[in-house]
Design a protein around this ligand. Structure first.
Ligand SMILES: NC(=O)c1ccc[n+]([C@@H]2O[C@H](COP(=O)([O-])OP(=O)(O)OC[C@H]3O[C@@H](n4cnc5c(N)ncnc54)[C@H](OP(=O)(O)O)[C@@H]3O)[C@@H](O)[C@H]2O)c1
Length: 263
């Protein structure tokens, strides 16, 4: 058996939240290229359908489901869609998430809790639905949480997002302990990666500053993240659980110049 065979996902089924664009879409396409069938969910059907067409062009099947990860009925339909369409579920990527930076004194408790709910509670809720089905249909599984460098390195104005992603990373470690050896749970702490979400804050000057502060001297591409996700999803990482892989171009602090409270 070639070592490259360990990166194959033939016969497996992956479900990806937020799979309509950006990192989620790239993960879905990488898994399809490796032989998996895919379920992707997000709120915008037209974007999901574009990704579905790309997956079908790769020779795999893709089911698209309207999903708001904050809604429990949607989450149930999403996980059940994998069983209905393909009879199994092997891989879950908890990718949908995010939250804009905001000064701490302007971050309401509602904001703080909303960031936690969107990034952490939804990942736990999808995991709770997926694990019994993984065990029942595949006997094992791999769960990948999309965390952030902001959850590992402190930065001004990231009190809500940073604490939420930090919690998502720790949730990953907790679940890995509880569900080993059948279910592996790992995370990717993503650095600044070129997606629509990042584009909303980029100006040419901000981009230049970010690149200058990044040891690898560029922003991430979605394929930098999906290559790591493929490793975590596949038997290549069979001995890895509870880990947070830092795919961030070598950062050991955030590459954003954020104003401090007394600037
Ligand atoms: N890009 C970066 O630099 C970066 C850095 C660190 C971490 N991350 C993390 O990476 C993940 C993906 O971010 P991205 O940059 O790929 O963002 P993106 O390009 O904006 O894509 C986000 C995807 O999630 C979907 N989504 C948003 N809200 C949703 C909801 N309530 N329910 C279901 N799906 C939802 C979006 O579709 P709809 O809007 O149609 O629902 C879209 O398909 C996030 O968890 C983010 O925190 C990104």
């Amino acid at each position: 058996m070639s070592i490259l065979d360990k990166f194959r996902l033939d016969g497996k089924v992956a479900v990806v939240t937020g799979g309509g664009r950006g990192i989620g879409a790239a993960c879905a396409k990488a898994f399809a290229e490796a032989g998996a069938n895919i379920v992707i969910g997000a709120r915008t059907m037209s974007e999901l359908e574009s990704v579905q067409a790309e997956i079908e062009a790769l020779g795999q099947k893709a089911v698209v489901i309207k999903l708001d990860v904050l809604n429990q009925d949607d989450r149930e339909n999403f996980i059940n869609a994998a069983i209905d369409a393909f009879g199994r579920i092997d891989i879950l990527v908890n990718n949908a998430g995010g939250f804009p930076p905001k000064p701490a004194l302007k971050t309401s408790i509602d904001d703080f809790e909303a960031a936690f709910r969107f990034n952490v509670s939804t990942a736990l809720a999808c995991t709770q639905l997926a694990i019994p089905k993984m065990i029942e249909t595949a006997g094992e599984g791999s769960i990948i949480n999309i965390s952030s460098v902001a959850g590992h390195e402190p930065c001004s104005q990231f009190v809500a997002y940073g604490v939420a992603k930090s919690s998502l990373s720790f949730l990953t470690k907790e679940l890995a302990q509880e569900f080993a050896p059948k279910i592996r749970v790992n995370a990717i702490a993503v650095g600044s990666t070129k997606t629509e979400a990042l584009n909303t804050v980029l100006t040419p000057q901000i981009e230049k500053d970010m690149v200058d502060l990044t040891p690898m001297n560029r922003l991430g591409e979605v394929e930098d993240i999906s290559a790591c996700a493929l490793y975590l999803a596949s038997p290549a990482s069979a001995y890895l659980t509870g880990d947070i892989i830092q795919v961030n171009g070598g950062l050991n602090s955030l590459n954003m110049k954020m104003p401090r409270a007394f600037d």
